[in-house]
Design a protein around this ligand. Sequence first.
Ligand SMILES: Cc1ncc(COP(=O)(O)O)c(C=O)c1O
Ligand SMILES: [Zn+2]
Length: 387
Amino acid sequence: MFLTHLECSACGKQHDWSRLQNLCRACGKPLFAIVDLAAAGRELIREKLATRERSLWRYRELLPLPKDVEPVSLGEGGTPLLQSNKIRDELDVDLWIKDESVNPTQSFKARGMSVAVSMAKFLGAKKLAAPSAGNAGGALAAYAARAGLEAHIFMPRDTPRANIIECREVGAHVTLIDGLITDCGAEIARRKEKEGWFDLSTLKEPYRIEGKKTLGYETTEQLDWKLPDVILYPTGGGTGLIGMWKAFDEMEKLGWIDNKRPRMFSVQASGCAPIVRAFESGEKFAGEFPNAHTVASGLRVPKAIGDFLMLDILRGSKGGAIAIDDEEMIHAVREVGAKEGLFVAPEGAACFVALKKLRTSGKIDHGERVVIFNTGSGIKYLDLFES
Ligand SMILES: Cc1ncc(COP(=O)(O)O)c(C=O)c1O
Ligand SMILES: [Zn+2]
């Protein structure tokens, strides 16, 4: 294993990886896993990858978990990067869709949970807890079951029914809260010490982001090691966005790519757009978004602990942030379905609406290469659609 230590993303303080860790003990911000890239790069040359298994564990040298420990895996990652069928011609862009709905539990949350549950189990955790807007709960429930660990999942009462049922059917303890994901997180924080739970809230432990960073490795590998011009990412907690950016830096240090980066755009819902608001007003941190509401449950995150990291990435990449109305997302699910043959989650659909708007406003030029992340499946949101 080439993981050397954990480092605070804000103050740089180093922490030991060999015991269970949550946030930085000095400043309370997220910890990043630091890999010895020089050593990892001597073991893993990029050309070796083609012969390996299709799951995210093909990047094993760049991930935590000692070499002789079996990962907790359900076959996550290795998802298709599909060339757009019709929408690329209509909008005159070189459009690709990373279809994360084919992951175990039908969303990209499987990536983070496979790595985080593997490490939590290895480091001795027995009971795992997480707040969830929906899909993360389903993924945690499945990976905890696979690992033989307890899962305690806290969800807003109005989370899509499929997510709640799925968690229960794979053996998780589910608590429904009258409130938002932030209230669920607060409930875990209050009880975790007494209950002996390890808190797997996104970015409040260091390894979900390691799983999510494989979105960056995989997409780049599929594009023959050339990054696209633009990435559109449906943003709640922002773990995928932050993880991909970390992957790009790592790949540059490995000598796999140059220093050119895509323009990164956060796509949020008009009813919950803290990052859009902070981006537009030039703030370093994003305040809590009041009365957060949207049918895209994964985007209903009024306050994210990684806000400053996201805002740095959006600005540093010369990208941006854009909010989409719920009605537009629901309409786009059907449009994308009919034109591309994919039943996308409303979070993914939001990115297609964003693409149209960014083309119209000239923020994306004709012919540019754009990657959209369809982070989940529409099948989990059936209540939204007329039968
Ligand atoms: C389908 C879907 N898309 C996007 C998100 C937001 O992901 P992130 O927390 O990485 O911003 C979620 C989170 O729950 C989700 O379920
Ligand atoms: Zn710190």
